[in-house]
Design a protein around this ligand. Sequence first.
Ligand SMILES: NC(=O)c1ccc[n+]([C@@H]2O[C@H](COP(=O)([O-])OP(=O)(O)OC[C@H]3O[C@@H](n4cnc5c(N)ncnc54)[C@H](OP(=O)(O)O)[C@@H]3O)[C@@H](O)[C@H]2O)c1
Length: 291
Amino acid sequence: MARTRIALIGPGAIGATVAAWLAQSPELALTLCARTPLDRLEIDAPDGRISAQPEVLTDPAAAKPVDWVLVCTKTYDVAGAATWLEHLLGPDTRVAVLQNGVEHVARFAPYVPVERIVPAVVDISAERSAPGRVLQRMNGNILLPAGPDGEAFVALFAHTPIAVRTTGDFTTALFRKLTVNCAGGVCGIVDKPNGISRDPAIAELMVALAEECVAIGRAEGAKLADDLAAAVVRGYQNSAPDSINSLHADRMAGRPMEIDARHGVIVRLGETHGIPTPMNRLVVTLLTAIQ
Ligand SMILES: NC(=O)c1ccc[n+]([C@@H]2O[C@H](COP(=O)([O-])OP(=O)(O)OC[C@H]3O[C@@H](n4cnc5c(N)ncnc54)[C@H](OP(=O)(O)O)[C@@H]3O)[C@@H](O)[C@H]2O)c1
């Protein structure tokens, strides 16, 4: 049987981790679409190191149509990802978007027929130290909307320890993750890893940020528990104190930060619904000034 052809755009922390796991299956033919060249993937996964040496392209013109595209760039690198999509899309190609935020489909709608976009909520903590070298702190999970495309994506990961599954309530999954992300904006501002959440005053700020997101999520139809904001901050407090979220990693590396996808969207949706979001607005202002 022909192998399933997968092209992964953006082999950074999440992309390299996902790619290394996919590359362990002989049934999948994987190509990495990279901006910065890399020789191999080496992932320090929770149960030991895994490595892989898939095909790597750095020139979009060399890419050919595939069955699946996995987009793992940052949300602000969509235009760069789109230069690959021009060459990777065939008549049946599905495009999974593994990014944070809640606007996966809208972001790629200018480039891909919307019925072929498969949004994914990624809950994997991964930090890259060099091209292709990543610390994967937990096996993690990926959630997709219920339906045939989601199930086909789940099947790609059947041999991996990453828990990939579908949900009938994807809106709730999106906003639960956004609640986690927006609380972490504080780490980006103070330039300190997750351990800073153990400071009670910082924890209070994080809860306030998360509560705004819960209010917006509910207005968008998400079913979010009353104690979600507090539970999210407890999650930060119980995580490894030296772990670094991807917005903070961007600040440390001097890259742009996903300010709009993680905080600006809460402010924008707040305006739509008439819900005040002063904490997230403040974070947008401060992070933008830092950037
Ligand atoms: N890291 C985490 O723990 C985590 C957890 C959950 C969700 N997420 C989300 O997952 C997404 C990816 O985050 P990340 O942490 O993996 O980011 P990252 O480490 O910065 O990786 C992004 C990758 O995209 C590449 N890229 C950018 N433009 C490109 C282009 N035109 N063509 C090919 N590759 C391109 C970058 O190349 P360079 O190597 O040249 O920079 C980099 O390798 C984000 O939306 C993030 O919020 C991250």
